[in-house]
Ligand binder design. Structure first.
Ligand SMILES: C[S@@+](CC[C@H](N)C(=O)[O-])C[C@H]1O[C@@H](n2cnc3c(N)ncnc32)[C@H](O)[C@@H]1O
Length: 208
């Protein structure tokens, strides 16, 4: 199982720009994001990469019940991050409906929202998805992370940079989530990879 030192760098979204400009990488294509929720990260990606399409996927139902251990200091309860969860009624950062979220995306014409359960996604071409250079993975727990990575395999790319919002390098309580899904994916497909960021938020360059 892949783990990293918690003192490693953390991958801010803005770091992705430096990564894709690296001369030794050949990252070509659009951006795919798993986990839209407030649209915060989506809007940041849209502004950072105005020339790219940002495909962002969410069913807005929040988290399912995971079969893995839930880290004690996480907020990963079932239905966490569901738009209609009463937990967020007084939280102005959380849109109360998909329509409200779409309002927030006004002026960000390069965002394409795909409302779907990641476990039910079909073929990338069904959503107009072509070449992918960047993936922002933010579905928190193991099960949707597995399905998100399987969908990424179906996309067109020879090199891709993946930002893992919940990598938690060195935190053993988080061993069974994004890092496990990533380790199994790498093992299954035998992709080459370089971990560029191994701290709280991970970053990995992958080649096939
Ligand atoms: C932590 S939030 C994402 C935060 C977001 N990037 C932001 O900036 O606000 C996790 C999101 O993953 C979504 N999610 C979790 N499991 C999913 C699944 N099986 N299918 C689709 N979306 C899922 C949840 O609905 C939730 O909106």
């Amino acid at each position: 199982m892949i783990n990293t030192n918690p003192n490693y760098e953390t991958c801010q979204i803005s770091d992705i720009k430096k990564i894709i400009e690296k001369k030794n990488y050949n990252l070509i294509g659009d951006v795919i994001e798993f986990g839209t929720f407030t649209g915060g990260s989506t809007k940041t990606l849209s502004s950072l990469f105005p020339e790219k399409t940002i495909f962002t996927i969410d069913h807005f139902q929040g988290l399912e019940k995971t079969n893995k251990n839930v880290p004690k200091d996480s907020d990963w309860i079932e239905r966490a991050f569901a738009l209609d969860n009463p937990l967020y009624v007084d939280n102005s950062n959380v849109p109360k409906s998909i329509d409200e979220l779409l309002e927030r995306f006004k002026g960000h014409d390069n965002i394409k929202m795909i409302i779907s359960d990641v476990h039910q996604l079909t073929q990338p071409s069904d959503y107009g998805i072509g070449k992918i250079a960047i993936c922002n993975l933010d579905v928190d727990i193991y099960e949707p992370a597995v399905s998100a990575l399987e969908f990424l395999t179906k996309c067109e790319w020879s090199e891709v940079f993946i930002r893992f919002d919940d990598w938690h390098g060195g935190e053993s309580e988080y061993d069974q989530h994004e890092r496990l899904a990533f380790s199994e994916w790498i093992e299954k497909y035998k992709y080459e990879f370089i971990i560029t960021h191994g701290g709280f938020i991970g970053g990995v360059y992958v080649k096939r």
